[in-house]
Ligand binder design. Structure first.
Ligand SMILES: Cc1cc2nc3c(=O)[nH]c(=O)nc-3n(C[C@H](O)[C@H](O)[C@H](O)COP(=O)(O)OP(=O)(O)OC[C@H]3O[C@@H](n4cnc5c(N)ncnc54)[C@H](O)[C@@H]3O)c2cc1C
Length: 445
C-alpha cells in the first residue's frame, strides 16, 4: 500500500496485543486498503486480527431500510472475512465508547480505522481516541488519490483539483494486493452478530438495490456492458439514463471506487469521451466533495457558501417567491411542478433520484423556501432521510453547490437565486422528454 494512504492519528507506545480494524466506512472485504494494511501489520507482528463494527443506534436521518441494506451487506462481508481467518465482532451502541471498551477488553495492541471527514464520524473519533491506549492508524480507502495527498486546502472548483489528482493518479491507481488467509488464529471470545435477528429488526432494504459486495460487482459489470458505452450521451437524461446507480454501494463502502476505475479503464469498446466523462464524476467530482467536507467543518450550513453567493442570496432574500412550499407538500411530491413531483416520487419509490434531477430538485426548493438556510435544511433532511446513498460527502457538496454556489461561479442575475445558477422547467424540457419522465412517476406509490 502507498504509505500516503495511512496516517498515525493517535500516538501511544507500541503494545503487544492483537490488531483491531475498526471498520465504519469501507464495509467490504474486497479491495479494502485498511483491511490490507491491518493484515500486513498483524502478520508482521505475529498477532491475531479481528474486525470490529459498531452499529450505532442512530445515524443522522438514516431510516431502518438503510440499516437493513448495511446489515445485509455486512453479513456477506463477515463471511468473506471469516474465510481469511478474520472474525467480525459486532458491537452496538455509541461507537466512540464501545470501540475503546472493546479494544481494552481484547488488549488491542494496535487499531486501524477508516478515514471519514463527516461530522458524526469526527465525533466518534473525538470521543474514542482519548479512551484508547493503543496507537491508531487511519487509512484513506475511499479515494483513489487520498484526500490529504491530493490537496492540503479547500479547493475552489473541480478545475483547481483536477490537475492535482491527474498528476498523482499514476502513483495511486494501482492494483490491490491479493489477500492470503491470516496465519495467526483469533482464540478469544468475541461478540458475534445474530444476523437473522438483525435482519428481522430492520426489515427489508429498498427493493431497487440488492445489498452487498457481490450485488455491487454485478451492478458494476452490468454498467460496464450497458451504461458506460453511452455515458457521454445519455447520463443526463433521467429517462433511460446511462448512469451507473453505483452510489449506494460506494456510499456504504460495499464497493471500492478504485476497483470501479480499474475496471472502467480495462473495459473494451468504450468511447474515450464516455470513459473520461465517467472517471471525471467518479474520481474528480467525488474527491472534490471529500475535499470540501474535510476542509469545511460546517459543510452542511450556509457558513460553507462562498462570499459572493452568500451576498447575492442575502440581496435577494426578500424577492417574492413564485410559490412557498410546505414541508408536507415537498415530502409527498405534491407541489405545482410536475417534474419536481416526479423526481420526488422516484426518490420515495426507489431510494434514488437521477443525478441531473437532484440539482433541479434542490434549486426548486430554494425557489420555494423563505430563505437559503431553510432551503438547505429542507434539502438535507429530505435527501439524508430518503436517499439510500444519503448522509454522504457527495450529498453535502451537491446541496451546497445547488443552493450556495459552492464549486460554481456567478451566473446572470435572476430573482431569488441572484447570481447562483438557476435551473428551470423549460430548460429541462429542452434537455429531455419531461412528459415521459412525469408519466413514468405519476403512478401511485
Ligand atoms: C442536491 C444533490 C444531492 C446529492 N446527494 C447525493 C447523495 O446523497 N449521495 C451521493 O452519493 N451523491 C449525491 N449527489 C451527487 C450525484 O448526484 C450522485 O452521486 C449520482 O447521481 C449518483 O448516481 P450514479 O451512481 O448513477 O452516478 P454516475 O453518474 O454513474 O456516477 C458515478 C459515481 O460518480 C460519483 N458522482 C457522480 N456525480 C457526482 C457529483 N455531482 N458529485 C460527486 N460525486 C459524483 C458518485 O460516486 C457516483 O456513484 C447529489 C447531488 C446533488 C446535486
Amino acid at each position: 500500500m502507498h504509505p500516503a494512504r495511512a496516517r498515525l492519528i493517535h500516538s501511544r507506545p507500541q503494545q503487544d496485543g492483537p490488531v483491531v480494524y475498526w471498520m465504519h466506512r469501507e464495509l467490504r472485504a474486497a479491495d479494502n486498503w485498511a483491511l490490507a494494511h491491518a493484515l500486513e501489520l498483524a502478520r508482521e507482528r505475529g498477532r491475531p486480527l479481528c474486525v470490529a463494527f459498531c452499529l450505532a443506534r442512530h445515524f443522522g436521518q438514516a431510516r431502518p431500510e438503510h440499516f437493513a441494506f448495511l446489515v445485509r451487506g455486512l453479513r456477506e462481508t463477515a463471511a468473506a472475512l471469516e474465510a481469511l481467518g478474520i472474525p467480525l465482532a459486532l458491537l452496538r451502541g455509541e461507537p466512540g465508547r464501545e470501540i475503546p471498551a472493546f479494544a481494552r477488553s481484547v488488549g488491542a495492541g494496535l487499531v486501524v480505522t477508516d478515514a471519514d471527514p463527516t461530522k458524526p464520524k469526527r465525533a466518534w473519533l473525538a470521543e474514542a481516541l482519548p479512551r484508547l491506549d493503543a496507537p491508531v492508524v487511519e487509512v484513506d480507502g475511499r479515494n483513489v488519490v487520498p484526500v490529504r495527498a491530493a490537496s492540503d486546502k479547500r479547493e475552489y472548483m473541480a478545475r483547481t483539483l483536477r490537475p492535482k489528482i491527474q498528476r498523482l493518479l499514476p502513483e495511486f491507481l494501482d492494483e490491490f494486493p491479493a489477500l492470503a488467509p491470516h496465519p495467526v488464529a483469533w482464540d478469544a471470545p468475541l461478540p458475534r452478530a445474530d444476523w437473522e435477528a438483525l435482519s428481522a429488526e430492520f426489515g427489508p432494504p429498498p427493493k431497487a438495490f440488492a445489498p452487498g459486495e457481490a450485488a455491487a460487482q454485478a451492478r458494476l459489470d452490468a454498467f460496464l456492458r450497458d451504461g458506460l458505452p453511452r455515458y457521454a450521451d445519455d447520463r443526463n437524461t433521467p429517462v433511460e439514463p446511462a448512469c451507473s446507480l453505483l452510489s449506494p454501494y460506494l456510499h456504504f463502502g460495499q464497493l471500492s471506487a478504485q476497483r470501479v476505475a480499474l475496471k472502467v479503464l480495462a473495459a473494451r469498446n468504450v468511447p474515450a469521451e464516455a470513459r473520461d466523462g465517467f472517471l471525471e464524476q467518479l474520481i474528480v467530482r467525488r474527491e472534490l466533495a471529500e475535499n470540501f467536507c474535510l476542509h469545511t467543518p460546517d459543510y452542511d450550513t450556509p457558513e460553507a457558501f462562498p462570499a459572493w453567493a452568500a451576498a447575492t442570496l442575502a440581496k435577494h432574500q426578500d424577492d417574492p417567491r413564485p410559490h412557498l412550499a410546505s414541508e408536507a407538500e415537498l415530502e409527498a411530491g405534491d407541489t405545482p411542478d410536475p417534474l419536481w413531483n416526479a423526481a420526488q416520487r422516484q426518490l420515495l419509490a426507489t431510494g434514488h433520484m437521477h443525478g441531473w434531477l437532484r440539482m433541479y430538485w434542490a434549486k426548486q426548493i430554494l425557489l420555494w423556501s423563505p430563505d437559503a438556510a431553510t432551503a438547505l435544511a429542507r434539502c438535507l433532511r429530505l435527501n439524508d432521510a430518503l436517499s439510500l446513498d444519503g448522509r454522504d460527502v457527495n450529498g453535502y457538496a451537491g446541496m451546497a453547490w445547488s443552493i450556495g454556489g459552492v464549486h460554481d461561479r456567478p451566473w446572470p442575475e435572476r430573482p431569488v437565486f441572484g447570481t447562483v445558477r438557476s435551473m428551470t422547467l423549460s430548460g429541462a424540457r429542452r434537455k429531455f422528454d419531461v412528459a415521459a419522465f412525469v408519466e413514468r412517476w405519476s403512478i401511485g406509490l
